[in-house]
Design a protein around this ligand. Structure first.
Ligand SMILES: Nc1nc2c(ncn2[C@@H]2O[C@H](COP(=O)(O)OP(=O)(O)OP(=O)(O)O)[C@@H](O)[C@H]2O)c(=O)[nH]1
Ligand SMILES: [Mg+2]
Length: 356
């Protein structure tokens, strides 16, 4: 018998458990009212319809504002995805109203951190619950158009997923609407034959490591530059001292001539120190800087102008120092934003180690 496995994800209170009830045609999935968070553990329901066996997996809702419990929610989602890693047909991203920036950040987290972000997009469908006009094709199309015209990430997402948006109304009391919604969902799922097989790519750990390395490289350059600048200053001071000795020796009596000679050599020493410092700065450090800029460039997607400036400020050492300091800020921010993704990746890793 053909199979369809469907995972329901989304923010808390958007109607995942209700949808699981509508799909399975049961009331097995506890639905929560009010502001408290609902489902705590993932739950599975099965049924058959027109020669297809359906498995519906309800998961706890993610909730940015009550982060105390988030790690457990993520664990449940990881558990659910991992348990069905060999055969997911669809991930329904359940949303209630029109997509907001907050919903988009949940969508991004879900698709990038819990799944292989390259493969998952074609298996994701946006399901809008609570849409009273769901039977009206025109109204549904208008809703999609309006989301697309909102601009920013929402438009970008809807542009590519516009054929994968479903409208339903799983009204708690209107059984007719629930039945109609069920038919819409099942008709859609009938065609979802392709299977997503989950393999965690483990890209985040590597990325975090690369960012740390780039940060260290910048620190190294800044400290090296600091040392060379000190040497330049010392060279300059020795030069001045030599010059003074020369002057002193030249104006004095004959036996002071020796001071002028020493002064000459001291000045040469100062000059050599300065020149060597400048040479190191120009040749060895500049090529090192170039390599580092290239390396850091990978992580400056959000700060293209910073990267351009970095590439163009060759020779201006003071400016380069400032730009490198700015880079460090960007890198640290990027690294911190990967913390959640890394935690989720490690959850998968633990599971894999456990089952190996
Ligand atoms: N009118 C209407 N109400 C809905 C719909 N879907 C869900 N609800 C109501 O929304 C509330 C929350 O629904 P749940 O199904 O518990 O939401 P959930 O996504 O499972 O929430 P979490 O388990 O916290 O993630 C309940 O009061 C439902 O009756 C819908 O399509 N239309
Ligand atoms: Mg629920």
């Amino acid at each position: 018998m053909e199979k369809r496995v469907i995972l329901l994800v989304g923010k808390t209170g958007n109607g995942k458990s209700t949808m699981a009830n509508v799909l399975t045609n049961t009331e097995n999935f506890p639905v929560f009212n009010g502001s408290q968070s609902g489902t705590r553990e993932y739950m599975v329901g099965k049924f058959q319809h027109e020669e297809i066996e359906y498995t519906i997996i309800d998961t706890p809702g993610i909730n940015d504002t009550r982060s105390g419990n988030e790690i457990n929610v993520y664990k449940e989602i990881v558990d659910a995805v991992y348990s069905f890693r060999d055969g997911l047909n669809q991930v329904f991203f359940v949303t209630r109203g029109r997509l907001t920036a907050e919903e988009i950040s949940s969508y991004t987290l879900l698709s990038e951190a819990f799944f292989d972000e390259e493969k998952i997009p074609e298996f994701m469908t946006i399901v809008r619950t609570n849409f009273g006009d769901f039977g009206n094709e025109e109204a549904c199309k208008n809703d999609i158009d309006e989301m697309e015209s909102q601009g920013g990430e929402i438009s970008d997402l809807i542009k590519i997923r516009r054929n994968n948006v479903i409208h339903v109304d799983n009204h708690p009391r209107h059984q007719k609407d629930r039945d109609k919604s069920r038919t819409i969902l099942l008709n859609y799922l009938k065609e979802c034959k392709e299977i997503y097989q989950h393999v965690t790519p483990y890209s985040v750990g590597k990325r975090v490591q690369e960012i740390e390395e780039a940060e260290n490289e910048i620190f190294e350059i800044l400290s090296l530059k600091g040392k060379i600048n000190n040497a330049l200053e010392i060279g300059e001071k020795i030069k001045i001292a030599g010059e003074m000795m020369k002057k002193e020796g030249n104006t004095g009596s004959e036996d002071k001539q020796i001071i002028a000679v020493i002064g000459f050599y001291v000045e040469v020493l100062g000059f050599v120190i300065e020149s060597v410092g400048k040479l190191i700065l120009h040749f060895s450090l500049n090529s090192k800087c170039k390599k580092t800029v290239e390396r850091v460039g990978k992580f400056l997607n959000e700060s293209r102008s910073l990267l351009e400036e970095l590439k163009n400020c060759e020779g201006d050492n003071k400016r380069l120092d400032d730009l490198f300091e700015e880079c460090i800020d960007v890198l640290v921010k990027e690294r911190k934003s990967l913390v959640i993704r890394l935690a989720i990746e490690r959850m998968y890793q633990e599971k894999e180690n456990h089952y190996e």
